[in-house]
Ligand binder design. Structure first.
Ligand code: NAD
Length: 382
């Protein structure tokens, strides 16, 4: 465990990116007693002025480069388009700052590995904003699995299927070079992270995957125009990425996980996010609601005296658990910086998400099952 205490004073942070994600980091930092939010950066002058005023921030810069020169910073959040995650995170780490980076850490596993290497070389904390992990029902499921209540889990399904959330036309999300992919690398990475996290980080050896862009390029699957939508940074005009992806992931131990995600899909539910797990002692189904963690459900299925049985698992009381929001990841980040990063928090696990996604895209193109490159291999190559 490396200790990164900053003494008795608050941790001084900056946020790069003024969109939905950057504002979520700002809100979380503002309400954390151990944080002083001192600088923000982003291209939009009106947002710089508005957010600078709202969060009472002393310095608002147009670029990440300028923010990184701010003399008072201990740490930064990186909440920019994905192609900038690695270069900005690496520059921050090299400047001696701790980094909380938005997901995905990079467009590719190699890019993500370069950030992990920079964190290790500069002995700084690097966390990635997987903010779904702290939801009470997720924590309850993770505990059941860790206690062995499901037995050996041999198969699972993980999905985040959304009916109509294609990002705005012309935004960087639809640009392959800027985003590194579509629904899979954007939202699929959340449910992939959740599945691997609750399963105790099994190693995925290979994947067979498919990607589709059937609705998005035809102008379908957009959010209703009546909604007040957050604006996105614009970059290009084409629809270059997938709006639907699915894959079968094989684990080293012989188990498997089916992964499905979409920005656009003709289905009943507007937003369906969950895990189904099949174990030798019991099965479990976790369903995650949209914004409100109290709507999440967790059920366990087994057999009592030869009769199928189902139990709805009560969630831990809200006061004893985190809420599954950016406030959680910010709290965890601050704890890592001030108290040291737990030794069992392995950055190879962070890399595994990117390696699996790389292999999914490769498999989608090749039509073959593809090997997942282990994090250790990526790091030794860099
Ligand atoms: N964890 C989550 O739940 C979650 C949710 C939404 C988005 N995200 C992630 O957050 C990131 C940002 O997404 P968003 O929707 O907020 O995007 P956005 O387009 O709304 O905002 C991007 C911001 O980055 C700024 N920016 C771009 N280049 C910059 C530079 N060189 N220096 C400083 N600022 C720069 C832009 O000015 C803009 O303010 C993405 O990686 C996305 O995947 C995560």
């Amino acid at each position: 465990m490396t200790s990164q205490a900053v003494g008795d004073r608050p941790l001084r942070v900056g946020v790069v990116g003024l969109g939905w994600a950057g504002q979520s980091h700002m809100t979380a930092y503002e309400s954390h007693p151990g944080i002083e939010l001192v600088a923000i950066a982003g291209r939009e002058p009106d947002l710089r002025a508005e957010l600078g005023g709202r969060f009472n921030i002393e310095a608002a810069y147009e670029s990440a480069d300028s923010l990184l020169e701010h003399p008072k910073l201990d740490a930064v959040s990186v909440a920019t388009p994905t192609f900038l995650h690695a270069p900005i995170s690496i520059a921050a780490l090299q400047a001696g700052l701790h980094v909380l980076c938005e997901k995905p850490l990079g467009r590719t596993a190699q890019e993500a590995a370069s950030v992990v290497q920079a964190a290790a070389r500069n002995d700084r904390v690097l966390d990635v904003a997987f903010n779904k992990r702290g939801r009470p029902a997720v924590i309850a499921l993770q505990r059941l699995i860790a206690q062995g209540r499901l037995g050996r889990i041999y198969y699972g399904r993980a999905h985040w299927l959304r009916r109509a959330v294609v990002p705005p036309d012309g935004s960087w999300f639809l640009n392959q070079e800027a985003a590194g992919g579509g629904a899979l690398v954007d939202t699929g990475v959340h449910v992939l992270d959740l599945a691997l996290h609750v399963l105790g980080e099994p190693r995925v050896s290979s994947v067979s995957a498919v990607t589709f862009a059937e609705l998005g390029p035809r102008g379908l699957g957009r959010r209703p125009v009546t909604l007040d939508l957050p604006r996105k940074q614009m970059m290009g005009t084409g629809f270059e990425v997938e709006d639907f992806a699915a894959g079968l992931l094989r684990f080293d131990d012989g188990g498997a996980l089916q992964l499905e995600c979409s920005w656009a899909a003709y289905q009943d539910s507007a937003d369906s996010f969950g895990l189904e797990l099949f174990g030798t002692e019991a099965g479990a189904r976790l369903e995650i609601g949209t914004a409100d963690p109290s709507a999440d459900t967790l059920s366990v299925f087994g057999e009592v005296a030869g009769v199928p049985a189902k139990a709805d698992v009560p969630r831990p009381p809200a006061s004893t658990v985190a809420t599954g929001s950016h406030a959680d990841i910010v709290s965890t980040f601050v704890a890592h910086v001030t108290q040291g990063r737990p030794a069992d928090l392995d950055l190879h696990d962070v890399l595994s998400r990117s390696s699996i996604i790389d292999a999914c895209y490769l498999s989608g193109r090749s039509g073959q099952q593809e090997r997942v490159v282990p994090g250790s291999e990526l790091l030794s190559a860099g």
